[in-house]
Design a protein around this ligand. Structure first.
Ligand SMILES: *Cc1c(COP(=O)(O)O)cnc(C)c1O
Length: 464
């Protein structure tokens, strides 16, 4: 087989910023060893997130110029609505400024104390919006999804028995909806099979519970189904996507992911009564129903991006990029999550740095080393992000200590990815020199965004 190439050529370029290792050491210290505190202009390859970081196409930029900024009933809204409907077949389509705004509206209307929502895995903003309403979120991820380094084709699947058990336990009347996240972001971008979606639908039907899709990466998930699920190899991706949505009563979407947009999202549903209640909230918090917190030009970019993302040459290149980097790392013996997910590569920091105890944040130590060695920005997904303290101030660590390298869409080329692999392998070869970290300052909530850290050893003068 020939090399899978980037399915685009480059018309407009943006500089990346070279620094020396000495400079990066100083930058890291100044940023208190937290990658969120580093200025973007000090980063060479930015793999912090795939959200809102996509390169738009020439068509999308042309669409920007066609943006109709009318307050009500703009042309751009109708293009947006047509595009979303052509994929989801939803009747009521509500634009929002990003995914969490859709969640905030949906769960404010449906949530509240005594309510339960069930998912394969709720993404963190989704869970936060559920809990903020007073309701509870329950994750029912399948067994394979719990083992990061064991390969399986659909590790994002819902555990059907656990779903049924949760419904019976909490009572169907207290469960306003079940939600499937495709691909499962918090579980490493692992896909959900069509078979699993059908089975979840059947359980929902049995208990008369609506099924919603968190559709942020619907195209990547559809392509995995095409590659891995029997009976789908010859089906076009748009057809697979339409089948997924045919089982759903509604969906939420962040257009910052699989719509190649830098901002935007939507909420869509079949239920008129619910749509009216959501639109009422939308008008208070986001804007009028035909723009929902977005400029007309954003609606144009999303309308176009949603169609472009289903191009199979693009999806082949996209999924192959993750696999390519993952395989290079596996060959070098680097512990990495398997199989490759749809949007990111995850390093297993516990295995990478077995000499650093979890209360010294091995993931963050690795994040810092990747920056210092090669100017790469990654993010820790482990005890810095999810750790809590017990009553004695002792860390309750996260289950996994991962470092995520999220790949922006259409932004980096194969040589960038080769460089990333080289840097990771270089750090791996001198992993014994890496030191643990200590937190010197933190906030009680979402501390990873702003926490200050320092390398060990360090006097612990600011521990809670
Ligand atoms: C990013 C994301 C969201 C939230 O979307 P924002 O646009 O960041 O608010 C929700 N669900 C999943 C699976 C996501 O990846």
């Amino acid at each position: 087989m020939k090399t899978i190439i980037e399915p685009f050529r480059i018309k407009s370029v943006e500089p990346i910023y070279f620094t020396t290792k000495e400079e990066r050491k100083a930058i890291l210290a100044k940023a208190d060893y937290n990658s969120f505190r580093i200025k973007a202009s000090d980063i060479l390859i930015d793999l912090l997130t795939d959200s809102g970081t996509s390169a738009m196409s020439s068509n999308q930029w042309a669409g920007i110029m066609l943006g109709d900024e009318s307050y009500a009933g703009s042309n751009s809204f109708f293009k947006f609505e047509d595009s979303v409907r052509s994929i989801t077949n939803m009747t009521y389509i509500i634009p929002t400024h990003q995914g969490r705004a859709s969640e905030k509206i949906l769960f404010t209307v449906l949530g509240g104390k005594g309510k339960y929502f069930i998912s394969n895995t709720f993404f963190d903003t989704t869970r936060a919006n559920i809990e903020f309403s007073g309701a509870e979120g329950i994750d029912c991820i399948c067994e394979e999804g719990r083992h990061p380094t064991t390969a399986a084709p659909f590790k994002g699947n819902m555990d059907i028995a656990a779903l049924r058990k949760a419904i019976e336990e909490k009572g169907a009347a207290n469960i306003p909806l079940v939600m499937i996240t495709i691909t499962n972001n918090s579980g490493g971008g692992q896909p959900v099979s069509m078979q699993n979606i059908r089975e979840v639908r059947a359980v929902c039907d049995e208990f008369h519970i609506p099924l919603y899709i968190d559709a942020c990466r619907f195209a990547e998930n559809s392509y995995f189904i095409k590659l891995r699920e029997e009976g789908y190899a010859d089906k076009p991706v748009p057809e697979i996507a339409r089948e997924i949505f045919s089982y759903a009563d509604g969906c939420t979407m962040s257009a910052k992911k699989d719509a190649f947009a830098n901002i935007g999202g939507f909420l869509a549903m079949q239920d008129l009564d619910l749509a009216i209640r959501c639109r009422n909230l939308l008008i208070i918090t986001e804007g009028f129903t035909t723009y929902g917190g977005l400029a007309g030009r954003d609606l144009e970019a999303i309308a176009i991006g949603l169609q472009e993302v289903m191009d199979e040459h693009y999806l082949q290149y996209r999924i192959r990029s993750m696999e390519y980097l993952t395989n290079k790392l596996i060959e070098a013996g680097v512990p990495v999550m398997q199989p490759a997910g749809g949007h990111a590569v995850y390093l297993d920091a516990k295995e990478f740095l077995p000499h650093i105890p979890v209360d010294q944040y091995p993931g963050q130590s690795l994040v810092c080393a990747l920056y210092e060695e090669g100017g790469i920005r990654a993010v820790e997904i482990g005890s810095l992000m999810f750790g809590k303290y017990d009553d004695n101030g002792k860390l309750i660590p996260a289950t996994l200590e991962l470092v995520r390298l999220a790949i922006p869409r259409r932004v980096y080329t194969q040589s960038h990815i080769d460089y990333v692999a080289e840097v990771i392998i270089e750090v791996f070869n001198k992993r014994n020199e890496l030191k643990g970290m200590v937190i010197t300052e933190e906030t009680p909530l979402l501390r990873h965004f702003t926490a200050k850290l320092a390398p060990q050893p360090q006097t612990l003068n600011a521990q809670p």
